[in-house]
Structure formats: C-alpha cells, structure tokens
Write a protein that binds this ligand. Structure first.
Ligand SMILES: O=P(O)(O)O[C@H]1O[C@H](CO)[C@@H](O)[C@H]1O
Ligand SMILES: [Mn+2]
Ligand SMILES: [Mn+2]
Length: 395
C-alpha cells in the first residue's frame, strides 16, 4: 500500500504562465511575475534583509528541484537555487479562468473550474444595493462599512474604530471573486460573524462569487488591530468529484490540514486540523507518523500568501520560505518507501510586483520519496494524476 502527502505552499509560484498577460494587478498585466524567482533575486542582491540576510537558503526545496522548476517554468534563474535536483521535479500550468485559491486547488485536485467567476467592480460602492440590504438584514445593522476593494489589514486600521463605535460590519473585496467581512471578535462577536457569513454564502454562491470570508480581528486601537486565525472561508462546492472524493470513494481516509477543508467545502474529506503554519507543520509531521495505509493527506500552508504575498513583504516571504524549508527538512527523512510527498502551489503572489493581488504563474511540482528525474511541464490536473496513480485510485 501507499500514502500521499500533498502540500500546497499557497502562492509559491515560479513564473512563466503563458496567459499571464490576461491577468492584472490594477492596470499592470502579470506578464513576468515570478514569486520564487524574484524573491531569490532580491535576496541575492541584499534587498531582503529584514529578520534574515543574504541569498535565499532553502536547501531541501532546492534539492527537490525548486530552482530547476523555476528555470523550466519561466526561463529565469533563481540565484542560490542552482543545485542538481535529487527529487522528481516539474512545473504545472493552470487553465481555469481565475488566479484564486479555490480555482488553483480544485484544478490541482483534478477539476478545472468550468465557469467564469463573478468579480465585483473596483468602484465605490463595489456591491449592489440588494446585496448590501441583505447583509444589513442578516446582521441587524443599518448599513455596512467599506463597500469597496481593499487590503484586509489596511481596511481594519482605517475603519476598525468606526466599526467598534457603530457595530457595522466591514465588507470588502479584491481582484479575487470574494466577499469578505471583517468584524471584531469581542465587540461584534466571532460566532455572530461566522453565522452572518454562513447565511450569506448561498446568496453569493448563486452569483458565482467563489467565497464569503470571515476576517475576525482583535485589539482596541488601530495600531493594535490584528486578524486572528479564526478566519473561515465559505466556498462554493467543487463542480465535480475531486481527488479527495475519488480517494474517499475508494474507501480510503482523506485528512485535511489547514484551509483545505474550507476550500473543498469538506467534500471528500474525513477530518481537518487548523492553526498557524508552524502548527500545521507539526500536524503534517504527525500525519507522516500516523496516517494509515492508502490515505491522502492534503495540506495548505497559507501564510506565504496571506502574511507576505498580499502585503508585498519580500523579506517576510523569504523568511517564510526558509522556515518552511527547515520544517520540511525534518519531515522528509520520515517518509517510508511507499510514501509520496508532493510540494506544489495554487497560484503566484509575487511580493516584488505592483498591487496587492495574486499573480498568474506556473507552480512547482516537487515530488519527494519516489526517486529522481524530470517530470517536465504538466497541467495542474497532472498533480491529481500523480497522487491518484500512486494510490491506485482512478481519476
Ligand atoms: O487583503 P486580505 O484581506 O488578506 O485579502 C486577501 O485574501 C483574500 C482571500 O485569500 C484575497 O482575495 C485577498 O483579498
Ligand atoms: Mn491561494
Ligand atoms: Mn490570497
């Protein structure tokens, strides 16, 4: 029997998407965006020196083929990642029309998105009046705050005090197909925020808005406002059976780590554990120790994206890659002969790029535990194919 550990490093793209010119950050097309390539270049030039220093040091990812994957995907060099790969390595290209998290994950799990998502216009107000009225009705408030495109950390600094004073929820969106609600955990109430998002989700899903996201925060003053890990994503269910459903239908356990449960609306998933990325790495180590024969463990490490990519924090992103590399380095030696660990990503989020949104990019496909060699370029669905073939499950 065999086991698969499929790990998504959220937003760790490697450039080269052939359709990048059709995706934008503001008015600027994503052509040339390269999350890993540009971080490695910034590190090598001494331009990512906060809390770390010098060239990007990710020896385990490098040995698995991360640098080679950057070169294959985009033709660009990733300074510091020049070692010959000792794992199976390749790069994957997305076909779904969105550069968002559900599109990326569903396609990695074998199901490209067959519809066009609804995006809210970058205007103020961004939301239609009947939607605002429905939010007010469900929240029991006279109005909402925000009602525009925003960065989540900036908008709570800006509107958090008004929210505390008026009780009105802060509603905002981005270049993704999302409706996000920020509210204070104590003053508005965490459960009330989660209930509000849960009640609104079917309305938004009918409009083909991919997710309603609860963004709870704490703190008394703008300088201390901080989002918590109680974030919840209420996503549309995948349109067809995914890798998770296939594995589960074959009578095998499917364990989720991090956001995976939310992204797949728990479809095809037995259990989920959540926490910070540091906690998720410990959960992954435990899964490698404990997961049963024939199982799929599917993990998402979100902090690359949420803490550093959207914030365009190059040093922070480099630190996160180096921390992740150390964590994975401790887990890799635990893999047994029947184990396959796949490290990949769902889209890019180049912290050196303009704007604050994701970037359309190819993603790495690094396979540990199953020998060495080049996998070449594949579609995102090739990742599901690798996992299913290893488990002996039909896709
Ligand atoms: O700026 P914050 O709130 O982190 O939001 C980001 O997170 C959302 C979901 O991943 C993206 O659509 C982007 O808007
Ligand atoms: Mn993502
Ligand atoms: Mn994101």
């Amino acid at each position: 029997m065999a086991r698969v550990f499929l790990c998504v490093m959220d937003s760790v793209g490697i450039g080269g998407a052939p359709d990048a010119g059709r995706f934008f950050n503001g008015d600027v097309p994503d052509t040339g965006a390269n999350t890993v390539g540009h971080i490695a270049r910034a590190c090598a030039r001494g331009m990512a020196e906060e809390g770390r220093s010098g060239p990007l040091r990710v020896p385990h990812l490098e040995a698995l083929g991360l640098g080679a994957a950057v070169r294959l995907a985009s033709g660009a060099e990733a300074p510091g990642l020049e070692a010959e790969p000792r794992g199976l390595w390749g790069a994957a290209t997305e076909v779904s029309p969105g550069k968002d998290t559900p599109s990326g994950h569903w396609e990695l799990a074998g199901v490209p998105v067959p519809w066009d998502w609804h995006y809210f216009p970058d205007t103020t107000p961004a939301f239609p009046e009947d939607l605002v009225a429905e939010v007010c009705r469900l929240a029991g408030t006279e109005d909402i705050l925000g009602n525009r495109h925003a960065s989540g950390t900036a908008i709570i600094r800006e509107l958090g005090e008004t929210h505390l004073r008026t009780g009105r929820p802060i509603c905002y969106t981005s270049a993704d197909s999302v409706f996000q609600i920020a509210a204070h955990e104590q003053s508005f109430g965490l459960q009330r925020l989660l209930d509000l998002c849960w009640s609104l989700a079917p309305v938004l899903h009918d409009m083909k808005v991919g997710r309603v996201i609860a963004r709870p925060f704490v703190g008394a003053r703008p300088a201390d406002f901080e989002r918590t890990t109680n974030r919840r994503d209420f996503a549309i269910a995948p349109p067809a059976p995914t890798l998770c459903d296939r594995v589960r239908s074959a009578g095998r356990p499917v364990h989720a780590i991090g956001k995976i449960g939310d992204i797949f609306s728990m479809q095809g998933i037995d259990d989920v554990v959540k926490g910070s990325d540091a906690e998720l790495m410990r959960h992954l180590a435990r899964a490698v120790d404990m997961a049963g024969e024939g199982s799929l463990t599917f993990a998402n490490f979100v902090e690359f994206d949420s803490l550093y990519g959207h914030r365009r924090d190059v040093s922070g992103y480099a630190r996160a890659l180096e921390t992740f590399d150390r964590g994975i380095g401790e887990i890799l030696p635990k893999l047994g002969p029947g184990d396959m660990m796949i490290l990949t990503a769902d889209h890019g989020n180049d912290p050196t790029w303009t704007g604050t949104d994701h970037t359309r990019e190819r993603v790495p496909v690094l396979v540990a535990g199953q020998g060495a060699g080049e996998l070449g370029l594949m579609p995102f669905t090739g990742v599901a194919g690798l996992a299913a073939a290893h488990l002996g499950v039909r896709m």
